[in-house]
Design a protein. Structure first.
Length: 120
């Protein structure tokens, strides 16, 4: 069985909870009150929230946004890209195009890379 190639890879040099390298697949653009440039991604392996203490609490979808002004996730010109990583506080975020700020939680900072090789 052939695996679909990821769109990019994510890891963090600043946040232990996000340090593990994950394959990322673009799902869609999401809008919220403060920003209209969030990107919903599916991650593999799933994110495990160490704060919850529940090992069954796997998060397959995360939301990212560029950390730096003038940098867009929808026309990436230079890699790596520093991003905010958020999770949706609602079920099935992939079914919505707009979220309220109160439905998002910042979980850390990370970097996205065009290939796994460029991380090392």
């Amino acid at each position: 069985m052939n695996e679909i190639e990821p769109d990019f890879f994510m890891t963090s040099s600043e946040d232990d909870n996000l340090k593990r390298t994950r394959k990322c697949y673009r799902v869609k653009r999401i809008r919220a009150n403060r920003r209209d440039d969030y990107l919903l991604i599916q991650v593999s392996p799933p994110f495990m929230d160490s704060k919850s203490g529940d090992s069954s609490d796997q998060i397959n979808f995360l939301i990212i946004a560029s950390r730096h002004k003038g940098v867009s996730l929808f026309s990436i010109r230079e890699w790596p890209v520093s991003v905010y990583v958020l999770r949706a506080l609602i079920d099935n975020p992939e079914r919505r195009d707009n979220l309220k700020d109160s439905e998002l939680e910042l979980i850390g900072w990370a970097e996205i890379y065009s290939s796994q090789l460029s991380i090392y």
